[in-house]
Design a protein around this ligand. Structure first.
Ligand code: NI
Length: 169
């Protein structure tokens, strides 16, 4: 089954994804496939629910090659917030400013099952916060003001229509 990007309106994007219990060869292959999809969409991160799999796996490449993060979670974050522009492969052609913590501390497993804790700062903090949000059914547009969302409504509805047409196939 070929994986494809799920768009806003697809219910899987709003589900809480399941914890991964077994890290095996198929999971590694899936991570690889996700990285390819991420690159073909010019993304810097991709979460499994975005390709229709409700499991806690993300891939990220912010300039050092792609890496997979299994069961990633934010365990600490700065009070200080930084505003920056974000987009999402599941909400195409929409780029808006979102406030994210200046840094976050994450905990995750690699594809060997080994646990890591790392601090991600600035741009990295933004990317990881965005991707980990996907695992809890959250999208960056959820952070926009009501006024902003109202302005974007026609565009968002257009994406929802496309999403519905894809699901119907
Ligand atoms: Ni996204």
């Amino acid at each position: 089954m070929a994986l494809r990007i799920r768009l806003l309106g697809d219910p899987i994007l709003r589900q809480k994804a399941k914890k991964i219990e077994i890290i095996d060869e198929p999971l590694k292959n899936l991570a690889e496939e996700m990285a390819e999809i991420m690159y073909s969409g010019d993304g810097v991160g991709l979460a499994a629910p975005q390709v229709g799999l409700s499991i806690r796996l993300i891939v990220v490449d912010i300039g050092e090659g792609w890496k997979a993060y299994v069961n990633p979670e934010v365990i600490e974050k700065s009070d200080e917030m930084v505003v920056g522009e974000e987009g999402c492969l599941s909400v195409p052609e929409i780029f808006e400013e979102v406030a994210r913590p200046k840094w976050i501390k994450i905990r995750y497993q690699d594809l060997e099952g080994k646990y890591h804790e790392e601090i991600k700062e600035n741009y990295a903090s933004r990317v990881f916060a965005h991707e980990i949000d996907h695992l809890d059914g959250k999208l960056f547009i959820d952070y926009l003001s009501l006024a902003k969302r109202r302005i974007l409504m026609p565009k968002l509805n257009e994406i929802r229509k496309r999403s519905k047409a894809m699901i119907a196939k």
